[in-house]
Structure formats: structure tokens, C-alpha cells
Design a binder for this molecule. Structure first.
Ligand code: SF4
Length: 319
């Protein structure tokens, strides 16, 4: 699992917002991201809502065009290439399955559409068999292919979304909060299914979530984002045992611990204030307005992203 499938270098995504006549402002959604995702691994991405995780995932897929920086896929620079050949290899599973499925299409048409675009079936019979096989693979049955999305539960709709992503036999999938909109009882079924699929097909995932416990369960490594910046990245157990960045420590302190004695002994870190606007982010370290350890330098200088231990990266002046 050491070969890189995805690499991003200084990747940045800003959105321009019209503020009035000839006046624009910029939302700094992703700033200077530098990391890689290895073949066959799951890289978890966590952070509060609006921290840029979804934008980062979509920019890697070129569903958003990057403002600057580079994206590599299996060693190829794909920052400016035509994406159709890569669309087959790089897929996405969306957060809200009901919104991501066209209500006017049957399940068979939804799953079959991707097969048609990429010409993956030689005949109508082969196409039908492939759709049925995909539905079975995600725990639905072949009769479901003539039904419409509204006839299914949220968990089943997400299974349809997964079948659609699998239809093109991808190598890399951005799982964009795939279980956040589902009942807790269904969440583990979907996560387990994603894990089984990964083992069977050698898939590579970028798994985006705001719930650290879900991310820990599925991820080999975890990246933590705050206000458009990745602040820490480490192997999953290492990050849980030894979080270094003050923001990661805050997130970790909020994760429920099953052992009541350990839970009582642990001190929850509460952050002061709200997350600042990405249209007008704080100077220096973006976290300085809320960081309990901030020093004067934090307001002036952007901390450098460094490897502080083997495969453990963070950006903070006091580390
Ligand atoms: Fe806190 Fe300063 Fe580190 Fe930022 S650089 S996390 S403000 S100590």
C-alpha cells in the first residue's frame, strides 16, 4: 500500500463572490494542500462544517477547477487535462442520496447511465446483467431496477448511489459524508459494505466526515482540516494516541469514550468563539483567534507544514 495513487501539491481553491457592481470577494475554501493517498488505502478527512473538506474532495476530482497547484493521478498530472478518461477511474458518493439521484429515472436507468457513457456493455443483455449484478453487490435485488428512488429508504438510496459509482469499475472514490444523512443503525452497514468493497476490488478512498469516530473506524490515515487548511495528518491510531495540533486535540477531546472512568478523567477542550469566515480569514495561523496556546508569532506568520515524526505531519509554530 505504499504506491501513491493521488498526490496534491499546493492545491488551492478560491471561489469568487460578487459583492456589488464590479466588486468581488473571495472564499478561500482550500489553501495550499499537500498530501498523497496511497493505492488501496482510506484517507479520512475531518473538520467542522465549512472547513473545505468537500471542496477539497471535489477539486481533486476536478468537479471544481483548482485555482492553483497540481493534482496527480497515478503519477500523471491531471490538473489541466480532459477528464473523461479519468471520470471512469475517479468516482464520488454523495452525502445526500435523495438529492443525488434523479427522481425521474428508474434505478436501472441511474446505474445504467454510467455504463452507457463509458460504453462498458457490448449488448443490451450484458448491460441488464451488469445492472443486476451491481444491485446485488450493494445488497439490493434485481427487481429494484424498475423502481424509482423515492420508493426506497435513505440507506437503500445510498446503496443505489454506491452501485452507480461502482458501475464504471473505479479505482478511487471520494466518499463525501456518505453516512451523515443516515440513521445510526444504518451507518455501520454502509461503512462495513464500503470496507468489504475495498478489500474485494482494491479501491482507494478519500473518506470525508465530521464524525471522528466514523473516520477512525474506516481510515488508515486521517487528515484534519480547519478553515481551508490541513493542519495535521497521521496514521489513524497515531493521531488518536498522539494528536499534536491544538485543533486536533480539541476534536479528540469531544469524541465519546466507552470506558466511563476514562471518560470522567478526560478534560474536554471547549473552543471560544465561532469559526471565522473563509471570506475574511484571520492572518498568520488561521486558528489563532481560537487557539488556547496561541503566541504573538501565530498572528503574524503562517505555520509551515512539516513532518514532525515518521508519516506524522502538522502545521503549528509551537510544535
Ligand atoms: Fe495555535 Fe499558534 Fe499552533 Fe496556530 S500556530 S495552532 S495559533 S499555537
Amino acid at each position: 500500500m505504499n504506491k501513491e495513487l493521488i498526490r496534491v501539491e499546493d492545491l488551492r481553491k478560491y471561489f469568487s463572490i460578487k459583492m456589488g457592481f464590479m466588486k468581488y470577494n473571495y472564499v478561500q475554501a482550500v489553501e495550499d494542500a499537500n498530501f498523497s493517498i496511497r493505492k488501496g488505502e482510506t484517507l479520512g478527512l475531518v473538520g467542522e462544517s465549512g472547513c473545505g473538506k468537500t471542496t477539497l474532495g471535489r477539486t481533486i476530482l476536478r468537479l471544481h477547477e483548482p485555482t492553483s497547484g497540481k493534482i496527480f493521478y497515478d503519477g500523471e498530472d491531471i490538473t489541466h487535462v480532459k477528464m473523461l478518461p479519468y471520470r471512469r477511474k475517479m468516482q464520488i458518493i454523495f452525502q445526500d442520496p435523495s438529492a443525488s439521484l434523479d427522481p425521474r429515472m428508474t434505478v436501472g436507468e441511474i446505474v445504467g447511465e454510467a455504463i452507457d457513457i463509458h460504453k462498458l456493455a457490448g449488448s443490451k443483455k450484458e448491460r441488464t446483467e451488469r445492472i443486476q449484478q451491481l444491485l446485488t453487490q450493494v445488497g439490493l435485488n434485481s427487481e429494484h431496477s424498475n423502481r424509482y428512488p423515492h420508493e426506497f429508504s435513505g440507506g437503500q438510496q445510498q446503496r443505489i448511489g454506491i452501485a452507480r459509482a461502482l458501475a464504471v469499475e473505479p479505482e478511487f472514490i471520494v466518499c463525501d459524508e456518505p453516512v451523515s444523512a443516515l440513521d445510526v443503525s444504518i451507518q455501520s452497514q454502509i461503512v462495513n459494505m464500503l470496507e468489504d468493497m475495498q478489500k474485494d476490488m482494491g479501491l482507494t478512498y478519500l473518506f470525508i466526515a465530521h464524525d471522528l469516530s466514523v473516520v477512525r473506524h474506516i481510515s488508515n490515515r486521517i487528515g484534519v482540516m480547519y478553515l481551508g487548511n490541513m493542519v495535521e495528518l497521521a496514521e489513524s491510531n497515531e493521531l488518536h494516541k498522539n494528536p499534536l495540533h491544538p485543533y486536533t486535540k480539541t476534536l479528540m477531546s469531544a469524541v465519546p469514550v466507552p470506558d466511563p472512568a476514562k471518560s470522567r478523567a478526560r478534560k474536554r477542550i471547549i473552543l471560544e468563539g465561532d469559526i471565522p469566515s473563509p471570506m475574511n480569514p484571520p492572518s498568520g495561523c488561521r486558528f489563532h483567534t481560537r487557539c488556547p496556546y496561541a503566541i504573538p508569532r501565530c498572528k503574524e506568520e503562517v505555520p509551515v507544514w512539516r513532518e514532525l515524526a515518521t508519516d506524522h505531519f502538522a502545521a503549528c509554530h509551537i510544535l
